[in-house]
Design a protein around this ligand. Structure first.
Ligand SMILES: Nc1ncnc2c1ncn2[C@@H]1O[C@H](COP(=O)(O)OP(=O)(O)OP(=O)(O)O)[C@@H](O)[C@H]1O
Ligand SMILES: [Mg+2]
Length: 614
């Protein structure tokens, strides 16, 4: 399935999405609730400074004593004492708020990182089991952003939002309480104006969403561009494609800039507008406040508290507004995540799959039809039987379907119709794991993982003994090369094993396949020409791997073809000829004969002349 970079189908089913994310949140509920509980006083304490202004103005500046009774005891706090107590109180509360803020921040970072990790682990687990076609269809940029970016957005988003919403909400409530306490009449004016000021927020939600979708697509394109620049750096250098890559990168980056700027043009007026509306509110409050003070309905201290609260209120309300707007993005990310969770690998075990334990008789292709893209047949009605321990060489035109044919054996792709049978049983009736366990593959372009040579060879069979490893290395004729390396077997290979030559890489792959010791061997011979010496050594390594095994070898060299028991000629997806070298050569104007005349005869005479010269 081709993944979209933007929204998934279920991005707007909020209840469903929450029920899906719940199992990830549940284990951390205790800490989330704790964070929530801490966020309440954290928010409420915002009002303290504003609240402290009233007694400060009324008693300290007004020069009055504060008299009150506690448990029937009269207490008096003089204005001088008040001048000391209040600032200390403000500092003390700020310190308490600091501790709470740290605790709350720590808890939310901790929980969001844990939830993100859990989601990422499960997603990656899914990714590694996806079928090859999935990787054919989706660019690396999309895969990275969807598998690695979204989990953070979703999980961190949820936890951060709980944190932000609670602190802002309780911050606002605390300030509103101070305002109400100072003067309920003014408070009503203040709150109404604030609500009006935030109306525009609701209006631009859609624009923000559209822009963030667009930026996601661009982000994916840029990642793909960087990956291609990395992986294709030699082709880029050889063909002077730097400018092409550069231009694409610049175009995409500017595109992202344009999206951002157009969003700003369309929504950037919001904040100034909000301030303008709020200033009307403040002007009104100042007027009404002056009237209330003059008419003795309010003290100057209450008024100071009120105005400070009103000014402080702007921040939590704005944060609240932004957060509520941003929640949409979290659901979109969640929708994308759970779409990935619901992707079933198209190639999977059938319900009653059983273990494949070696090959006893033969491998059979029966009326096999296959296509990558619907209605573009790649293999057409293919019938073929390969006996146990037989070596079948496959030749044919480029793009004819040779690699495809062998990729069907380990079920990298499933056929459209017909059957592939091992010992008379359809391969789809075996477990994929056991099927692949019975096959050693050496690919046309062998991929080595970053790590040591030892690790790369041991991948063939992680439980192999040191003795078996040494044997595999010998059979692959790697011992000399390894001895020449500074760290021997422990030498590190680059991310793509690039420090080795083509022939060496191929022999590492052969050693890996050797160690697997599987009864079926698939070899996609490298098309690239190796020099004579390397070729001879690779040939020897391959011969060792092929001994006493059932082998499919896509052959490009005459020596391999001649060593095979039979040769299959695949042209345009059809098996056109099958037989030994001699049999096929005896068909007048046969496909193989033509191919031989064109490609191999030269090699043949070269070999003869080499032998003759010896
Ligand atoms: N992953 C894929 N998705 C879609 N089409 C594909 C894929 N792999 C191969 N094809 C197409 O299938 C056809 C057969 O390709 P295949 O790689 O099997 O050819 P081949 O015989 O191995 O060629 P060569 O000798 O050049 O390696 C080609 O037309 C190719 O474009
Ligand atoms: Mg091929």
């Amino acid at each position: 399935m081709k993944l979209s970079a933007t929204t998934a189908q279920n991005s707007f089913k909020y209840g469903w999405l929450l029920s899906r994310i719940w199992p990830y949140i549940k284990p951390y509920m205790f800490r989330i609730i704790l964070g929530f509980l801490v966020a309440i006083p954290l928010g409420l304490l915002d009002g303290v400074t504003a609240f402290a202004l009233k007694p400060y103005m009324d008693y300290v500046i007004g020069g009055k004593s504060f008299e009150f009774s506690l448990l029937n005891h009269p207490f008096v706090i003089t204005s001088v004492q008040m001048a000391v107590i209040l600032p200390i109180g403000v500092i003390l509360f700020a310190a308490i708020q600091g501790v709470l803020r740290y605790t709350n921040g720590y808890l939310s970072s901790w929980t969001s990182a844990h939830i993100t990790n859990d989601v990422k682990f499960d997603l990656f687990e899914r990714l590694i089991h996806m079928h090859p076609q999935f990787f054919d269809e989706n660019s690396s940029g999309i895969i990275i952003s969807r598998y690695m970016g979204d989990p953070g957005t979703a999980s961190a988003g949820i936890v951060d939002n709980i944190k932000t919403i609670t602190t802002s909400l309780f911050g606002a409530l605390g300030l509103i309480a101070v305002m109400l306490y100072s003067s309920w009449k003014l408070a009503i004016i203040g709150v109404v104006v604030l609500c009006v000021a935030f109306l525009p927020v609701a209006l631009i939600r859609k624009r923000i969403k559209a822009a963030s979708n667009k930026n996601m697509v661009i982000g994916g394109n840029i990642t793909t561009n960087i990956n291609e620049t990395y992986n294709g750096n030699k082709v880029m250098a050889a063909y002077g494609l730097q400018e092409r890559q550069n231009k694409y990168f610049k175009d995409q980056t500017w595109e992202s800039y344009n999206v951002g700027m157009s969003l700003y043009k369309r929504s950037g007026w919001m904040s100034p507008l909000m301030y303008l509306i709020a200033s009307f509110g403040i002007a009104t409050v100042l007027g009404v406040g002056t009237y209330l003070i003059n008419s003795g309905q309010m003290t100057a201290g209450s008024f100071a508290s009120f105005v400070t609260s009103l000014l402080l209120l702007y921040k939590p309300v704005k944060t609240l507004g932004n957060t509520l707007t941003g929640i949409q993005n979290i659901f979109v990310a969640m929708g994308r995540i759970f779409e990935l969770f619901d992707l079933e690998p198209e190639i999977k075990d059938s319900p009653n799959a059983r273990e494949l334990k070696g090959l006893n008789e033969s491998i059979k292709f029966e009326n096999v039809e296959f296509e990558y893209i619907p209605n573009h047949p790649v293999l057409k009605n293919l019938n073929l039987e390969v006996k146990k321990n037989e070596t079948l060489a496959i030749v044919g035109n480029s793009g004819g379907g040779k690699s495809t044919l062998v990729n069907l054996l380990p079920r990298f792709y499933d056929i459209k119709s017909g059957a592939i049978k091992f010992d008379g049983t359809d391969i789809r009736e075996y477990t994929i794991e056991s099927l692949r366990q019975n096959i050693s593959m050496v690919f046309q372009d062998n991929f080595l993982f970053s790590g040591t040579i030892r690790e790369n060879i041991m991948m063939g069979n992680p439980s192999a003994s040191e003795q078996e490893l040494r044997q595999a290395i010998e059979s692959a004729h790697l011992q000399e090369m390894i001895a020449d390396l500074p760290d021997g077997l422990e030498s590190m290979l680059g991310e793509r094993g690039l420090t080795l030559s083509g022939g060496q890489r191929q022999r590492v792959a052969i050693a890996r396949a050797m160690l697997r010791n599987a009864p079926i061997v698939i070899l996609d011979e490298a098309t690239s020409a190796l020099d004579n010496e390397s070729e001879a050594i690779v040939q020897k390594a391959m011969d060792n791997l092929m001994k006493n095994r059932t082998v499919f070898i896509i052959a490009h060299r005459l020596s391999t073809i001649k060593n095979a028991n039979r040769i299959a000629v695949i042209n345009e997806g059809e098996l056109v000829e099958l037989g030994t070298h001699e049999e096929l050569m005896s068909i007048p104007e046969g496909e193989y004969k033509t191919l031989y005349e064109m490609q191999f005869k030269k090699q043949d005479t070269e070999e003869e002349s080499t032998i003759g010269a010896l």
